[in-house]
Design a protein around this ligand. Structure first.
Ligand code: SF4
Ligand code: FES
Length: 215
């Protein structure tokens, strides 16, 4: 198996593609291959992972052109002629190799200063969305318009709107639901079927009907 990895580290003028020959079983995960390369062939290869169960959202990468959680993506399902190309998620600043800075997404979740509500909100958020960033990478608007709040944040705002009858002003602004092009790539690629695209459309309808307050 050939694992081709898009690499970039601070100080490099341009990214490069490294090719690694690795033993692989079709039932293994793509993350297993990346880990094997890092352990046995190139310890400088950097990537993120934690749970290996599709729960933590850390291992999202673009695999042969498609955003995936690599720990639950089997080699046999994605290899093309014995080749797998892995790249960092689009739409985020690359920190090193396959590691991206997702603060663009995390910093925009609606904050709430009331502790109990915030804890409850975090629990619900984690129950549904694994915060992998795949929807940002798949979204043509998020990749080209840095101010766009992004699919998962707007989907989260929809849940808050239903519960509380209000949304923060940026959600109803040009950076929010009105910039969505309804491409639905976010929903197609989301590994947990959180359906951010559909929720953005439902939030638009609530706003158009005046059913939620903008605060
Ligand atoms: S909505 Fe889906 S794709 Fe987007 S961050 Fe959450 S789990 Fe990942
Ligand atoms: S390592 Fe946690 S989702 Fe893949």
């Amino acid at each position: 198996m050939r694992l081709v990895v898009r690499r970039w580290k601070e100080g490099w003028r341009a990214p490069r593609y490294d090719v690694f020959e690795v033993e692989a079983d079709p039932s293994e995960s793509v993350l297993d291959l990346v880990e094997r390369v890092s352990l046995k062939l190139d310890p400088t290869l950097t990537f993120e992972h934690a749970c290996h169960h599709g729960v933590c959202g850390a291992c999202g990468m673009v695999v042969n052109g498609v955003e995936r959680l690599t720990c639950v993506t089997r080699v046999g399902d994605v290899a093309r002629n014995g080749v797998i190309l892995v790249e960092p998620l689009h739409g985020f600043k690359v920190v090193s190799d396959l590691v991206v800075d997702k603060s663009r997404m995390f910093s925009r979740y609606p904050d709430d200063t009331r502790t109990l509500e915030r804890v409850a909100a975090q629990v619900e958020k984690l129950w549904d969305c694994v915060e992998c960033g795949i929807c940002y990478s798949a979204c043509p608007v998020a990749c080209s318009y840095p101010s766009y709040l992004g699919p998962s944040v707007l989907a989260w705002a929809f849940h808050r709107a239903v519960e509380e009858g209000r949304v923060p002003a940026p959600v109803a602004s040009r950076s929010g639901v009105w910039s969505c092009h309804a491409a639905f790539d976010c929903s197609e690629k989301c590994p947990v079927n959180f359906q951010p695209g559909e929720k953005i459309m439902r939030l638009r309808r609530l706003l158009l009907r005046g059913a939620v307050e903008v605060v």
